[in-house]
Design a protein around this ligand. Structure first.
Ligand SMILES: [Zn+2]
Length: 313
């Protein structure tokens, strides 16, 4: 599980101008390329479509937090009572000359030499209070200094963010998944973003939910928001059809069976194939004829696509 970087940009003398200069306005790659290894440069160029990359830097006192940062981590920029934007880390370097070139120095002659490079961020605007509870902070906690969360805490915060994204941001999350879906490492947290949006729409805050194929109720950690029509075949409009494009399926096999075309939904009912494998046939027989509680007229076009293109009867 990737981490979450809570990154304040509250200070109006330096942070806020830096945010405009090198995040909102990405830095041309030719300005930074000489400072990067070939691997680091690839980590960046394979994940962005432009020839410039959003860049952030922390002063040396933040090194213990900066050391925890990994490609694929999610960064949340925060100021004035709100988490303002989110993005995904591509790579990082410690480099004083680069930092001086980008941001100069503070009054004491220090610079922001612990740099990291990110995708163009998505605006989110989530108030502190919503993330404080998820992150285990006091209700009046105000993020100060960079703080990298990991493990379960990071997961809870991320789920909360995805649960509160405005429509515009959801669209952008899905767009960035399209941009990087072939890059396993870096795409982790952003595709998690789309999954989070879909899950939230289907399951909300529930602790358990019903699988659309077997009909059993499972803890939400055993359910995924599965695309009814194969994601890679969806149009942009279909990917953004958050209320209808997906339904919960369990990890106990239903998701895999659906994806492989052994089961589908027809007339609201689960339909299965015949197979030569006895164990598999037993499972399929149990599923056959179940009522799919997620069938709706809006979802039918996607089920229909699955029957015609994935189901292997
Ligand atoms: Zn199931």
């Amino acid at each position: 599980m990737s981490g979450i970087i809570l990154q304040p940009a509250s200070d109006k003398t330096f942070s806020r101008p830096h945010y405009v200069d090198t995040i909102i306005n990405p830095v041309p790659l030719n300005r930074i390329a000489e400072h990067l290894s070939a691997t680091q440069l690839t980590q960046i160029t394979s994940s962005i479509t432009t020839d410039a990359v959003s860049t952030w830097g922390i002063k040396l006192y933040g090194i213990r937090q900066w050391e925890k940062i990994e490609p694929g981590d999610t960064v949340l920029f925060v100021w004035d009572n709100q988490y303002r934007s989110m993005s995904t880390v591509l790579t990082k370097i410690q480099n004083t000359p680069l930092a001086r070139d980008l941001w100069g120095e503070d009054e004491a002659g220090n610079t922001w030499e612990l740099t990291y490079f990110i995708q163009q961020p998505i605006d989110i605007n989530v108030p502190y209070e919503h993330l404080n509870a998820a992150g285990g902070f006091k209700p009046n906690y105000v993020p100060q200094g960079v703080n990298v969360l990991q493990g379960e805490k990071a997961e809870r915060v991320l789920d909360t963010v995805f649960g509160r994204l405005p429509t515009q941001a959801i669209s952008q999350v899905i767009q960035s998944v399209d941009g990087i879906q072939n890059l396993d490492r870096v795409s982790t947290s952003i595709s998690r973003g789309e999954q989070g949006v879909l899950r939230n729409s289907l399951l909300g805050d529930s602790v358990s939910g019903v699988c659309g194929i077997c009909g059993h109720e499972y803890p939400v950690s055993f359910l995924i928001a599965a695309h009814i029509k194969k994601r890679s075949d969806c149009t942009d409009t279909e990917k953004r059809d958050i209320p209808s494009i997906a339904m919960p399926m369990c990890l106990m096999g239903c998701d895999a069976l659906y994806e492989a075309g052994y089961v589908t939904i027809e007339n609201r009912l689960v339909k299965t194939v015949a197979t030569a494998n006895d164990s598999l046939q037993l499972i399929l027989n149990n599923l056959s004829g179940n009522i799919c509680s997620y069938w709706t007229a809006e979802r039918e076009q996607y089920f229909s696509w699955h029957r015609n293109n994935t189901f292997s009867s």
